[in-house]
Design a protein around this ligand. Structure first.
Ligand SMILES: NC(=O)c1ccc[n+]([C@@H]2O[C@H](COP(=O)([O-])OP(=O)(O)OC[C@H]3O[C@@H](n4cnc5c(N)ncnc54)[C@H](O)[C@@H]3O)[C@@H](O)[C@H]2O)c1
Length: 312
């Protein structure tokens, strides 16, 4: 790890992706602080070697905490991530994802941070046109969640231009892996895994022909590490570029678990995007990132984790 980066702050570090990132940073011998209000994260996910602060990024104390921590790098993952919730509660979504991001940027500006890496969403920003989407495609978010993530990106771009604060924005496709909650924007694998292990029937929205781009959490963590070391500001799509239908995904999970369950189709969610995937060629060329975990392998690791949780 470059000497310049010894101390990291991870907002949302008790969450699904954030807790894996914390583990990796600790394996890289960095000092890690986590700020998380545990609204969807789990205290038990936080690596015991990290310093944990249960606090909202919107708490006025957060600013002073960052001054005390003096991080070299901030990974900003704390967010309201539930798209359907955002439709019903756009104001709360904006409070966390826009005002919360502004609080992080304000604290970063005042504390000599050398780099900020922001977890944004590709999946929630595109929908029209033909996937896989490159960084050249204009975002066209429809859900309040997509809108708040795009607004946060624009504040990052403004901060980097005005205050010369290096920021790397990573737009993820549908991330999956151990510790994923069932409510996230991409929680379909964790929803299926939980229901399938419980042995009941599984409900699928629509025909299952809708497609998504599933990227494994370890690959997303690797992108964050590369983004930290990346010498400039930039924006990258982090996905596999491959579309997998929900039905294919479900069959692959059945195979992995060696079971076959009744599948109930219910009407599709209105306004749901039919096809989505991200083109990560630029991340491959410039950031030197590429996905390494194939879907079958990632599903096996994920299901193994859910099985272990069942036994606890
Ligand atoms: N999971 C995906 O497929 C996916 C895809 C695209 C982008 N992302 C982005 O990646 C990031 C992490 O997502 P995740 O899937 O790990 O979700 P998650 O819900 O597991 O993690 C978010 C964490 O933020 C915390 N948090 C929420 N509001 C907070 C606040 N006000 N102050 C402090 N902490 C707060 C939650 O408790 C949780 O631990 C998010 O920014 C999300 O938008 C995720």
């Amino acid at each position: 790890m470059p000497k310049a980066f010894r101390r990291a702050l991870v907002t949302g570090g008790a969450g699904f992706i954030g807790s894996h990132l914390v583990d990796k940073l600790i394996r890289c011998r960095m000092q890690v602080c986590v700020v998380d209000d545990l609204s969807s994260g789990e205290r038990s996910f936080v690596n015991p070697k990290a310093e944990f602060f249960q606090m909202s990024i919107n708490d006025p104390e957060f600013f002073f905490l960052v001054q005390r921590i003096k991080p070299d790098v901030i990974f900003h993952l704390a967010a309201q991530i539930n798209v359907r919730y955002s439709v019903k509660n756009p104001r709360h979504d904006a409070e966390v994802n826009i005002l919360g991001t502004l609080a992080v940027l304000q604290a970063a500006k005042e504390s000599n941070v050398k780099k900020i890496v922001f977890s944004s969403s590709g999946g929630a920003m595109f929908g029209k046109g033909k996937p896989p989407y490159t960084e050249m495609v204009s975002p066209n978010p429809f859900s309040p969640y997509g809108i708040s993530k795009r607004a946060a990106e624009l504040y990052f771009l403004q901060t980097q231009a005005l205050y010369n604060l290096p920021c790397v924005i990573l737009r993820y496709a549908n991330v999956y892996g151990p510790r994923q909650g069932a409510k996230g924007e991409a929680g379909v694998i964790s929803v299926f895994a939980r229901r399938m292990l419980a042995g009941g029937s599984v409900t699928m929205n629509g025909s299952g022909k809708q497609t998504r781009d599933f990227v494994y959490v370890d690959d997303v963590v690797a992108a964050n590490i590369l983004a930290m070391k990346f010498p400039q500001s930039d924006l990258f799509h982090i996905g596999t570029g491959k579309e997998t239908s929900i039905l294919t995904l479900y069959r692959a999970m059945e195979k992995c678990m060696n079971i076959s369950l009744a599948l109930n189709h219910i009407p599709p969610v209105s306004g749901e995007v039919m096809h989505s995937s991200l083109d990560a060629h630029r991340a491959r060329r410039v950031l030197k990132w590429q996905p390494t975990v194939k879907l079958e392998e990632g599903l096996q690791r994920t299901i193994a984790w859910f099985k272990m949780q069942e036994k606890k």
